[in-house]
Design a protein around this ligand. Structure first.
Ligand SMILES: NC(=O)c1ccc[n+]([C@@H]2O[C@H](COP(=O)([O-])OP(=O)(O)OC[C@H]3O[C@@H](n4cnc5c(N)ncnc54)[C@H](OP(=O)(O)O)[C@@H]3O)[C@@H](O)[C@H]2O)c1
Length: 258
């Protein structure tokens, strides 16, 4: 099976678009998420159109041990993974102490623990095989603290920091790690995170297909951090780091108020 990609969170949004884009380039796929029917529908669509092989693994990566179970199932397929796209993730709106702790911890389990587990295990396999590409779906949220989505912003800060360090460690061994930092994208994300009605999403966002293409192409080039909008790259690199911390907190709070 040549050029095989493992893509998490492929049942909707960015993950489904990463899968379609990879398949159009002739690559085989292992797609995973919880919703098996959506994955099977995507498999049928892609195999029919692109003539590649798609494996479906239904898995809850937010459950303890979920990523280990996924890894074991991937190994049982006997495929070498050339591309890993750690995309599954979710957010959640509200004041931290008023949100259920269980939901906050599940977010950390999915956005951080599962991503670290798969990067560790599949990264080691890629090193042993002599190369590979890893794309980590972070967020512009990773570049600032996020009142009313405190845990989500913190998980994405972790993804950015961790992934850049791992790229530095693995690049000389032939494995690159790229962080995609999107602004708002039109997917199921806002509904799941209860963000509808906030300033953040009112103005609309970019399409999942356009953002997936930018991230995937950046990963193929081995870029370290990829923004899908030049405007956001400038703001987060050259404006917000120089603003007073409390002004940034107030600004983000305002963007996330309904
Ligand atoms: N949309 C945005 O504005 C935006 C901006 C920046 C970054 N991002 C990031 O982009 C990534 C993809 O999100 P999206 O925008 O495409 O949202 P989405 O349409 O809600 O997709 C999220 C994906 O994650 C999967 N997922 C959720 N919980 C899971 C679990 N417990 N176990 C396994 N898979 C799970 C979902 O599948 P199932 O429900 O079938 O499990 C789905 O396939 C996320 O990491 C998100 O943080 C999104």
């Amino acid at each position: 099976m040549p050029n095989t990609a493992l893509i998490t969170g492929a049942s909707s949004g960015l993950g489904a678009e990463f899968a379609r884009y990879h398949a159009r380039r002739g690559g085989d796929l292992i797609i995973t998420a919880r919703r098996k029917e959506a994955l099977e529908a995507l498999k049928a669509e892609i195999e029919e159109r692109d003539g590649v092989t798609v494996h479906v693994i239904s898995c809850d990566l937010g459950a303890p041990g979920g990523a280990e179970r996924l890894y074991d199932e991937v190994k049982a397929l006997g495929e070498r993974i050339e591309v890993l796209i750690n995309n599954a993730g979710f957010g959640g709106h509200g004041l931290h102490t008023e949100r259920p702790l269980e939901a906050e911890l599940k977010m950390i389990e999915l956005n951080v623990t599962a991503l670290v587990t798969l990067t560790h295990k599949i990264g080691a396999d890629m090193v042993a095989a002599g190369g590979g590409r890893i794309l980590q779906v972070g967020s512009t949220a990773g570049f600032m603290p996020g009142p009313q989505q405190a845990v989500y912003f913190a998980t994405k800060a972790f993804v950015g920091s961790y992934s850049q360090a791992i790229d530095h460690e693995l690049r000389k061994k032939g494995v690159t790690v790229t962080v995609l930092a999107p602004g708002y994208v039109e997917t199921e994300f806002a509904k799941t995170a209860d963000l509808e009605g906030t300033g953040l999403v009112k103005g609309g966002g970019k399409s999942a297909a356009s953002v997936a293409k930018i991230g995937y192409d950046g990963m193929r080039r081995g870029e370290l951090v990829v923004f899908n909008e030049g405007r956001l790259k400038f703001l987060l690199g050259w404006v917000t780091p120089f603003l007073p911390r409390r002004a940034v907190l107030k600004m983000v709070d305002g963007m996330q108020t309904k």
